[in-house]
Write a protein of this length. Structure first.
Length: 197
């Protein structure tokens, strides 16, 4: 992790260093400024984020961002009910889809996770994920060296989801999910996108 704090960009706005990338990575800046760290609710919306974080494992997040619309098209806009009904023929179709990451284990995990989510009551996935949001008392990070890779809450969330049949969700992936979906506020002090809580 970097010891750099928030950095002022050419537009005069301070951002987390990863949100101030070269113009070729403007996708990062838009994601940083408008989505990352903002609360996400709804079973399908959280299922999408769980899937995308799993597909990101071992890859750059930019790779996922640039294929996000392809993932949405391939996975029926991440409708839990629709993906839960996918068959082996769908898995084979997805393995041939150039708009997504064609990794059999990750594709199968997305399908298994939809079936696990479909077993829950409406709103239950949202309630489960958000039940692991830590107390807001944690000090705001000044540099990314202050940002953990895993926490007790992310470890517990991963364990809970695995117990319910979810795959490809470990403590690090669960913490990335918590960051992306606003359960934790890891925008650095001084970052213009840091929501005040």
């Amino acid at each position: 992790m970097s010891d750099a704090g928030a950095v002022v960009g050419p537009d005069g706005l301070a951002r987390c260093p990863w949100g101030l990338e070269a113009e070729s990575r403007a996708d990062y800046r838009v994601y940083h400024d408008t989505e990352w760290g903002r609360p996400v609710h709804g079973d399908d919306a959280l299922y999408e984020r769980i899937c995308l974080e799993a597909f990101q494992s071992g890859l750059s997040w930019l790779t996922i961002l640039r294929r996000r619309e392809g993932f949405r098209a391939a996975f029926a806009d991440f409708s839990i009910a629709k993906v839960a009904a996918f068959t082996e023929a769908d898995a084979e179709r997805l393995l041939g889809d150039p708009g997504i990451i064609r990794n059999r284990a990750k594709i199968e995990a997305a399908m298994v996770n939809a079936r696990a989510a479909a077993e829950l009551a409406p709103g239950e996935l949202d309630a489960i994920v958000w039940s692991y949001a830590p107390d807001a008392g944690r000090a705001a990070p000044r540099t990314f060296a202050d940002v953990p890779a895993i926490t007790a809450e992310s470890t517990a969330l991963a364990k809970d989801l695995k117990k319910r049949g979810f795959r490809f969700i470990g403590p690090t992936t669960a913490y990335a999910l918590m960051q992306a979906c606003g359960l934790v506020n890891d925008h650095l002090v001084g970052c213009h996108a840091r929501p005040e809580v």
